[in-house]
Design a protein around this ligand. Sequence first.
Ligand SMILES: C[S@@+](CC[C@H](N)C(=O)[O-])C[C@H]1O[C@@H](n2cnc3c(N)ncnc32)[C@H](O)[C@@H]1O
Length: 301
Amino acid sequence: MDFTEARSELKQLLSRVVPAELPKLLHWISHSDELDELLLDNRTVTLRSIADDLRAGLPLDAMLPSETAAHHKMQQQPRPTVHVDGFLYNDEQVDSLCEDGTMSRTYCLSCGSHKTAALDFISHSFSVSELQFLFQNVLPDLSGRTLVDVGSRLGAVLYGGYVYSSASQLLGLELSDDFVRLQNNMLHKYRLNDRVQVLQADVRTQDILLQNADVLVMNNVFEYFMEPNEQVKAWRFVMQNFKKRGSLLVTVPSLQESLNALQQEALQPGWVEELPVDYDVSLGRDTDPDALRQIHLYRVM
Ligand SMILES: C[S@@+](CC[C@H](N)C(=O)[O-])C[C@H]1O[C@@H](n2cnc3c(N)ncnc32)[C@H](O)[C@@H]1O
């Protein structure tokens, strides 16, 4: 049954409900966990299984000791910040790790006292619900198109693109050898190599690849991993090479926010135009509406 048929059946069903009970039913539809399982299809189950495998081979914070720039950047945040990878851990898993004391949402303000404050969590990967939103609500049909994920890390965008889209090619570029190895293990284990490839490379060496890409995904690629002057060079490189008219760019956060932080507001006039995104969708209680709003879509002009 498609959306139109389902809507008409739902309206018929609602018209038969005792009027006094209707508000209770509508409240249950929009707030109950009981419907979440309906949103869990095979594709989501595959992603969860990949996440289980990845989690088993990574430390709790899913960061490598070699990521010195990222560790340093996190220590410089105004409030204590920890990395909790959104692809590996959903809210329910974080709650249970907090309950058994493995993880904490708070830190102690004065050692030994019960005065605590909330820790800031950041994620270096898209969560499963963000991936679903990206491929089903933000991007158009990707049949015949090539998508490049700049900084593919654990491979979340590549696996998400495999299960939720018809993209012909999904290419990951990643600086870290270790993460490339981890992604290749998953591609092999889950037999995703027919449409997915990962390359160990700095995006700044990949001019031809950028010139041929139809969709570029840039989820907080540079901010935590490169010094500001290097970030400016990387953005320039991307702008000079990703310029096939009509190709699509997805960024987190907005391009404006990234460039403002580098004081490079004037870097991109006329490169891309922002396209509207409908953020008003419900993908289950695991979805963080604020995180979805960070996802921006642009078209190369
Ligand atoms: C925030 S993670 C993005 C993860 C993934 N794209 C996602 O959305 O789930 C950024 C990744 O970009 C990589 N990276 C940073 N600078 C890069 C560069 N110049 N070329 C390739 N990868 C880069 C980092 O090593 C890091 O793993």
